[in-house]
Each structure stands twice: as C-alpha cells, then as structure tokens.
Design a protein around this ligand. Structure first.
Ligand SMILES: [Zn+2]
Length: 130
C-alpha cells in the first residue's frame, strides 16, 4: 500500500516514525530498480537512485532466523530476523510467546509497541490473532 509522503526537509527517520505512530510499518521502494528498502534511507543502497517512495507493509512475515537470549534474571527473550512479504528484512523480537517456541519459518504479524517515547515494531505469532 502507498505510504506517507515526506514533508519538506523531513528525514527518512521522521517519516518512518510517523508511520509507526499510525500503527503501521513503513518501508521504501526504489522507483529505479524496484528494490524494497529497509531501514529507511535517502538513496537506494542497490542502485543509488535518490528519493525512494514510501509504502506500508501488511505486517505479515516469516521468521528467517531466531536466537533465544538467556538472562540471569527473568525469562529468556528472543531476537529474530523477520522477512516481510514485501521483500525486506527487519531485526525485531516476537512477543507473547516463550522464546524457545519461536521457530524459523513461523508466520508472524506486526504490532507496534510503546516503550516510553519510543515506538518499537515487534511481532506476534500469527495464529495468536491480530
Ligand atoms: Zn534502486
């Protein structure tokens, strides 16, 4: 889906945040080579064309890699790489599931979490709703 347009002088990070504030994950698409671009940039990292256009992700993805991180206190948490269906990859975590239950190939859905002033894109297992 089409994303938001940058305002005059607005950085890619600013546009990215506005998407998260709307509860969606924004990414960019290069009008030159067609590549999906993430994390947001000023120019396409593949062909160098400036001003990639913004799109919004469906939030549907598949876990490409996962690691359970064990802490001295508390339950382990996971760090995952998720391949979104639009063709880009993001480092994140899967919430609301035991770390050891998150497997490569698991289908996940985006959720935007608030941590203080930060907006963090996380994922939940798709069969758990949302
Ligand atoms: Zn390009």
């Amino acid at each position: 889906m089409r994303g938001m347009k940058p305002e005059a002088g607005e950085s890619p990070a600013g546009v990215y945040r506005r998407h998260l504030e709307s509860g969606v994950l924004g990414f960019q698409r290069c009008a030159g080579c067609g590549a999906a671009i993430f994390y947001p940039r000023v120019i396409c990292p593949f062909c160098g064309r400036p001003d990639p256009t913004w799109e919004t992700s469906s939030g549907h993805g598949v876990v490409y890699a996962t690691t359970a991180v064990y802490r001295r206190e508390g339950d382990p948490y996971n760090v995952v790489l998720v391949d979104l269906e639009e063709g880009f990859r993001i480092m994140s975590r899967v919430e609301a599931a035991p770390a050891e239950d998150v497997e490569v190939g698991a289908r996940v859905t985006l959720r935007v979490d608030h941590e203080g002033d930060d907006l963090i894109p996380v994922f939940v297992l798709r069969d758990e709703g949302r």
